[in-house]
Design a protein around this ligand. Structure first.
Ligand code: ADP
Ligand code: GLC
Length: 494
């Protein structure tokens, strides 16, 4: 199949969270299975053109955002030597210090215009490139307009005659909802389109609703989240999802085990793997030194690597830090994003600096050292579509402590001292007490080296590889493609 991924982020070029990991990794597995996969993302200032060998294609293109004609260029390079990546370059929209907003965590005021432009430009770019996709796979709200264009503005465009769309929800909390009257003409839709109940959401114009309503197939990133968002966790979209129930797929993300591999990871003080964990002790010592903690193998070293967002359970972490550090427990936090969380974590650090370390940047090498050096990984998310961090932690033999929600339920099983099964600790009542109780339960098991050793073996043995999920994606693409052919026959007199 010809598969085009369109997204706002992609590793190794630009990343603020797991979306980038998925968009940069899934194509490699699709490629291995013989598909022609290509990727379109914006050319942000952060993407280092020289480092990645970006070349500009000789075409100059433009689209309208409202009445403004916006010119753009396409730059390109290869991912892994065989996956073409196309970067949409427009300096006005993407030559900025941040990806979505400034360093205080507030989004840019013109994100609506930026992603209308990006959606339109992606549709034009694929035509200019003469790459006829069987599937356009769109990710999150930033690309929600593309399935809508294919079924409205571009409906009679023969170029897309055999193109089906798949729309993946990575996080239903970010929907891209804007004032309708000005957005409609800016995006190029009519009031008739709006009244069709496919763009409107509580009197606003909603990018995600456009994606969900117009796409051929909908997916999200874990089976449990796929069910949850058809109920109260749907943030208002549950009704839309229920009406398309048969078209909703839940496919668990994987991680790239060649990249997240403590045996060969060059960021680490020492390497280790399941059969020889001795290097992990050096990594722990390194991390304790880096954090200014007492170097003590008996201290229970907890970690967080996360976007600063209340989704991730920071209210529980903030409330429990003071109690936890009374024990021989140390906590290292790496995160960036929300200003309130950042300031609060830094304040707590000023109170407990011998037990709590807080790093407030986006730091890929440090994240590896934390995954490797910590004993346990805290992810008490209020909701979690999939979560990659807990899967990465497992790969480094670091035990996740999680809330039972979304993809965390699908990946982490509570450790049982009877059966010795389970790869982490799970609580299922989103309250400070139950989180703290679960951390203490983990700490008790940590003190028993036989049990802890068994548990870390289970963590190392847990594999969430793309090899399984890629086959589910293929089945989903087949379903989408079949649907499109049927639609064409049905619409043949257009
Ligand atoms: P989300 O996409 O909701 O942020 P995931 O668990 O799916 O959550 O993915 C988070 C990804 O971002 C992981 O690869 C994690 O290591 C990485 N990450 C998050 N915050 C940071 C940070 N401050 N520095 C480095 N990596 C980070
Ligand atoms: C989102 C979700 C996260 C998921 C990631 C990749 O950012 O919050 O749970 O793992 O997308 O799909």
């Amino acid at each position: 199949m010809n598969i085009l991924m369109v997204a706002a982020e992609c590793v190794p070029f630009v990343k603020t969270g797991g979306l980038a990991d998925v968009v940069g990794t899934l194509p490699k597995y699709l490629k291995q299975r013989g598909h022609d996969v290509r990727i379109i993302i914006p050319k942000y200032r952060q993407i280092d053109g020289a480092k990645f060998g970006l070349e500009a294609l000789p075409c100059k293109l433009s689209v309208f955002v409202g009445k403004e004609q916006e010119n753009f260029r396409i730059k390109t390079c290869m991912l892994d030597g065989n996956i073409p990546v196309y970067f949409i370059e427009n300096l006005r929209y993407f030559n900025r210090p941040g990806v979505y907003g400034d360093s205080s965590g507030i989004g840019y005021g013109d994100n609506r215009e930026r992603f209308i432009f990006f959606c339109k430009a992606a549709v034009e770019a694929v035509k200019a490139l003469m790459f006829r996709p069987d599937i356009i796979h769109c990710h999150d709200w930033h690309t929600g307009l593309i399935p809508a264009y294919l079924k409205t503005v571009n409906l009679c465009d023969g170029f897309f005659w055999n193109t089906s769309s798949v729309y993946t929800i990575h996080n239903i909390a970010f929907q891209g909802s804007f004032e309708a009257a000005s957005t409609l003409p800016m995006a190029g839709f009519s009031w008739e389109d709006y009244k069709s109940d496919k763009l409107e959401f509580y009197n606003t114009f909603n990018f995600m609703k456009a994606g969900l309503a117009y796409t051929d197939i909908i997916s999200t990133v874990s089976p449990t989240y796929a069910n949850e968002i058809q109920g109260p966790a749907g943030k208002g979209m549950e009704v839309v999802l229920q009406t398309r129930k048969k078209d909703v797929f839940g496919i668990l993300n994987g991680i790239d085990y060649s990249y997240w591999n403590p045996r060969y990871d060059r960021n680490l003080a020492a390497n280790f793997y399941a059969k020889d964990k001795s290097g992990k002790k050096f990594c722990k010592k390194y991390l304790q030194e880096k954090c200014g903690f007492k170097v003590d193998d008996k201290a229970f070293l907890l970690s967080v690597v996360s976007r600063f967002d209340m989704q991730k359970g920071f209210d529980l972490i903030i409330d429990s830090v003071g109690n936890l550090v009374k024990e021989n427990i140390q906590i290292v936090v790496l995160g960036s994003g929300d200003r309130y969380i950042k300031d609060t974590m830094l304040y707590l650090k000023s109170l407990y600096s011998d037990k709590l370390a807080v790093f407030t940047d986006y730091n890929e090498p440090l994240s590896h050292r934390i995954y490797a050096g910590a004993d346990a990984f805290l992810m008490p998310s209020k909701f979690e579509p999939c979560g990659l961090s807990q899967i990465i932690a497992l790969a480094y033999g670091t035990v996740p402590i999680v809330n039972k929600t979304g993809g965390l339920s699908d990946t982490i099983e509570d450790f049982s001292t009877n059966t010795l099964k389970g790869n982490g600790f799970v609580f299922d009542f989103y309250k400070g007490e139950s989180f703290e109780y679960t951390v203490r339960r983990a700490y008790d098991i940590f003190k028993n080296s036989f049990l802890w050793n068994r548990l870390t073996d289970n963590a190392f043995a847990s594999r969430f590889s793309w090899d399984n999920s890629v086959q589910e994606y293929e089945k989903m693409y087949d379903t989408a493609a079949a649907r499109k052919i049927k639609d064409n026959i049905y619409n043949k007199n257009i």
